[in-house]
Design a protein around this ligand. Structure first.
Ligand SMILES: [Zn+2]
Length: 496
């Protein structure tokens, strides 16, 4: 048996290797999705670090957690890495299969992965319906058999980690699943009427449809707000971000640890992303500007992650630089994404009437997403608790339809999931962001993003990485609690 010094030493080695493991994965992801490297060679990296991801390793760390929060984070890393390693082959088979699937629409052949954007960009309702039918058929016959195997394999693996279900495991990791589920139920009830009215109005305005006419293939079209594209041109996106950060006292161009990859490459991902290769040493913010409010939102979201990681203290241990409560980094990302729905910020781009309209539309879209995520959490809790999955497609439809008032497809019941209850990070991040924004406005005024003192406060909070969870950070900021009702109040004000 290792003495306590030997134990500390082997844990430190584990942390150091885990940090290298993530750095290599992040770099490979950056190179591939930025279009700098055609291949995506994760296999060799996983091979090199296979000692970190074994069941024995996860159990060994699990036995030493006790009441130590930092050890619990390390244990979660070991468990999630084990589950990931175990299902990697199936995941890769699914990805390869999915990449090669095509739908036959009349005489056209359309790649499965392009169906979503085809639906979003089509004004022809019949065509949207045909595309959606093809999408569901491919999922049902080609993808779901593999998805089902994957689900079963994960279930067995969780048992091997000493938990009776994923719910049990994530409760042991400290995720407040039960409290959050209760908050989701009250949020859904409290915002039902508000949502129904807003959705009905948006449907009429954008698609000329009534609520009783809407189908799921109308949703992507509904939220593709092309009328605003001209106000959010591609070439002004990065300058707007720089100006916003400058208002907070951050000079993006002179940040040595933040690289901005704006080069145009054919195979570069069209969606912005942040690759925290070294935290805080090397953060890459990748963008391929297309323009339009959604593209601006995506860039500002990723910039929020980038600034959080770039300001994280290098002195923090692995667990609080690389791991911890992901609601924190998502919350900082939402705070920046929220600029594109912030009336005080938007006045530089739009007239007063347009600002009101865009904010109203943005709030409707946000309410749709938050309600959808509330339902996703409630559904995932049922899915992980069920031993027999035959009822799950209909439960999926029921829970999602009740929340969004738009009927989803039962075929999505295994694909519309976030592994590791990541949906809870978004839900908690939305509540966190709403409260942080209120606190900043109360302290520094509506234009808090133009105050150096606000920037100073944010940098102080960012430097703590994810040492504190989102609840603890709020308590430190202004003594408030992380609650979804704060978000309901905020949305009601904009939509009211
Ligand atoms: Zn994010």
């Amino acid at each position: 048996m290792a003495g306590s010094l030997g134990l500390e030493q082997s844990l430190d080695e584990y942390r150091e290797r885990a940090d290298r493991f993530i750095a290599e994965l992040e770099e490979e992801m950056y190179l591939h999705f930025a279009g700098l490297k055609p291949g995506f060679e994760l296999e060799a990296i996983h091979e090199r670090y296979s000692d970190l991801t074994s069941l024995e390793q996860a159990r060994w760390i699990g036995e030493r957690v006790g009441g130590d929060g930092r050890m619990r984070e390390l244990w979660r890393f070991a468990c999630e890495s084990y589950l990931g390693a175990l299902t990697r082959t199936e995941e890769e088979r699914l990805t390869t299969l999915e990449a090669g699937l095509e739908a036959n629409i009349g005489s056209e052949r359309i790649a499965f992965r392009m169906l979503g954007s085809e639906i979003a960009n089509s004004d022809d309702r019949e065509r949207r319906e045909r595309l959606e039918r093809a999408r569901c058929s491919l999922i049902e016959h080609e993808l779901n058999p593999l998805e089902l195997d994957l689900r079963k394999r994960l279930r067995v693996a969780v048992l091997g980690l000493g938990s009776e279900s994923a719910i049990d495991l994530y409760r042991r990791f400290g995720l407040p699943l039960d409290d959050l589920a209760a908050q989701c139920r009250s949020f859904l009830a409290a915002t039902e009427k508000l949502y129904e009215r807003a959705l009905e109005r948006l449907l009429g305005m954008r698609l000329g449809l009534r609520l009783d006419q809407v189908a799921r293939y109308d949703t992507p079209r509904l939220f593709r707000a092309n009328r605003w594209d001209a106000a959010f041109p591609a070439d002004r996106m990065l300058p707007a971000l720089e100006a916003t950060l400058a208002g907070l006292g951050i000079d993006l161009r002179s940040q040595k640890n933040v690289e901005i990859d704006v080069a145009s490459r054919p195979s570069k991902s069209p969606r912005a992303f942040c690759a925290p290769i070294e935290i805080p040493g090397r953060i890459v913010l990748v963008t391929k500007p297309i323009g339009g409010p959604d593209d601006w939102r995506a860039l500002f979201h990723e910039a929020g992650h980038s600034e959080h990681f770039a300001h994280t203290s290098a002195d923090l241990p692995f667990e609080y630089r690389r791991r911890g409560d992901d609601a924190v980094t998502e919350g900082w990302a939402f705070l920046f994404e929220g600029m594109i729905s912030n009336p005080a910020w938007l006045t530089r781009l739009l007239g007063a009437e347009e600002v009101r309209e865009l904010c109203w539309e943005g709030a409707t879209q946000k309410l749709y997403f938050v309600r959808r995520y509330c339902a996703k959490l409630l559904y995932e809790l049922e899915l992980h608790a069920a031993t027999d999955l035959t009822e799950m497609p209909s439960r999926y439809v029921e829970l999602l339809r009740n929340a969004t008032l738009i009927e989803p497809s039962p075929t999505d019941y295994l694909r519309d999931l976030d592994e590791g209850f990541y949906c809870t990070s978004y839900l908690r991040a939305w509540a966190f962001e709403a409260r942080v924004r209120t606190a900043l406005s109360e302290r520094f005024g509506r234009k808090w993003f133009k105050r150096l003192e606000a920037g100073e406060l944010l940098r102080g909070l960012w430097s703590q990485g994810q040492r504190l969870n989102a609840d603890e950070l709020l308590r430190q900021l202004d003594g408030s609690r992380l609650e979804l009702p704060a978000l309901a109040t905020e949305l009601a004000e904009t939509l009211g």
